[in-house]
Write a protein that binds this ligand. Structure first.
Ligand code: AMP
Ligand code: MG
Length: 315
């Protein structure tokens, strides 16, 4: 399949409306979209990524007014979160409407819904005739794509269109909050922090580990994720190894160990989040064997960075 690269949201949407797959920029990471009413395009998303079929897709809408098309009911907590954080880097898990097929939700009666705060994504979604199911636009298991070039590296020849935009402003996937049960649960940390969520809905708690034999709350989180080819070795602040072996890299907020081939010191948590996945990909191109990663404190945006680093280390 030939992959068209375009700067036109209108052109990309016209091709998507013919039942094709389109990668598009958002403020979190690039997404790989298919219309929720196109079974063929949805199947192509799973195939292009190599995504396991039991990992549900997040549905993207252009404005909060489209929510009733995809969600059947909104709890009072969901309404508060929507009025505060939509559009933005927050996905809500809600009871699904009949318009959302089980191919999107991997058989669940709930649907993850997000409204991106990104001008190109907004124009693209507005030109699409239906809501768009879109996981991150990377091969399954790899770091999410935060630039159109990273999408091209992973998916050229496997998808119909790449809608080109700037590198993603946030660089980590959306925060996910499950509002379908009795208590709202944060399933995945992201740029909307737990502290910000609790300022609006104090009862939100982070989801604990899934109990053995219990269905996972967020099926996708059981899979390996975010992993470059190099080994990831995390350390707490102040605990960096004295010296690192050859062909090693380091990323963090403090001082790199000596002997490092490639070191990236970030000036802020925002920069750490924004640069992390593109740094992983850069290290792979440079044939780095091990990437040492400093863990930020477990609060604010640091919680999301720690989460991704720990998952990449285990992958
Ligand atoms: P990605 O778009 O690649 O970041 O993956 C989407 C993530 O959202 C996966 O971890 C899914 O498990 C999660 N997700 C999507 N829909 C649901 C849902 N209905 N319930 C729980 N988690 C979901
Ligand atoms: Mg993903």
């Amino acid at each position: 399949m030939e992959t068209l690269i375009t700067d036109s949201p209108r052109e990309a949407a016209a091709i998507l409306n013919q039942g094709k797959t389109v990668a598009f920029p958002t403020e979190t990471v690039y997404g790989l979209g298919a219309a929720i009413d196109s079974p063929k395009a949805l199947a192509e998303v799973f195939k292009a990524k190599g995504r396991p079929p039991d990992n549900p897709l997040i549905v993207h809408i252009s404005t909060p007014e489209e929510l009733p098309r995809v969600a059947s009911t909104l709890s009072p907590e969901a309404k508060l979160l929507i009025s505060r954080f939509f559009p933005g880097p927050l996905t809500l898990v809600l009871p699904k409407s009949s318009a959302v097929p089980y191919a999107v939700t991997a058989g669940l009666d709930t649907v993850g819904v997000r409204c991106p705060a990104h001008p190109i994504a907004h124009e693209f979604l507005q030109c699409c005739h239906s809501p768009i199911a879109a996981p991150s636009a990377n091969r399954s298991g790899r770091p999410s794509a935060t630039s159109w070039e990273a999408v091209q590296n992973d998916l050229e020849g496997r998808i119909s269109v790449i809608l080109r935009g700037a590198p993603s402003r946030i660089g980590l996937e959306s925060t996910i909050v499950d509002c379908s049960g009795p208590h709202p649960l944060m399933l995945r940390a992201g740029a909307v922090t737990l502290e910000e969520l609790q300022a609006v809905v104090p009862s939100i708690t982070p989801a604990g580990k899934t109990i053995k034999n219990e269905a996972p709350k967020s099926p996708g989180l059981k899979y390996p994720h975010y992993a470059p080819k190099a080994a990831i070795l995390t350390h707490e602040q102040g605990d960096a190894p004295q010296e690192a072996g050859p062909a090693s890299a380091w990323i963090g907020l403090g001082t790199p160990p000596s002997g490092i081939a490639i070191a990236k010191t970030c000036a802020s948590l925002d920069e750490y989040a924004r640069e992390l996945f593109s740094f992983f990909r850069y290290c792979d191109r440079e044939a780095i064997h091990a990437i040492y990663c400093e863990l930020p404190p477990n609060q604010g945006l640091g919680r999301a960075i720690r989460d991704r680093l720990k998952r990449a280390e285990q992958s």
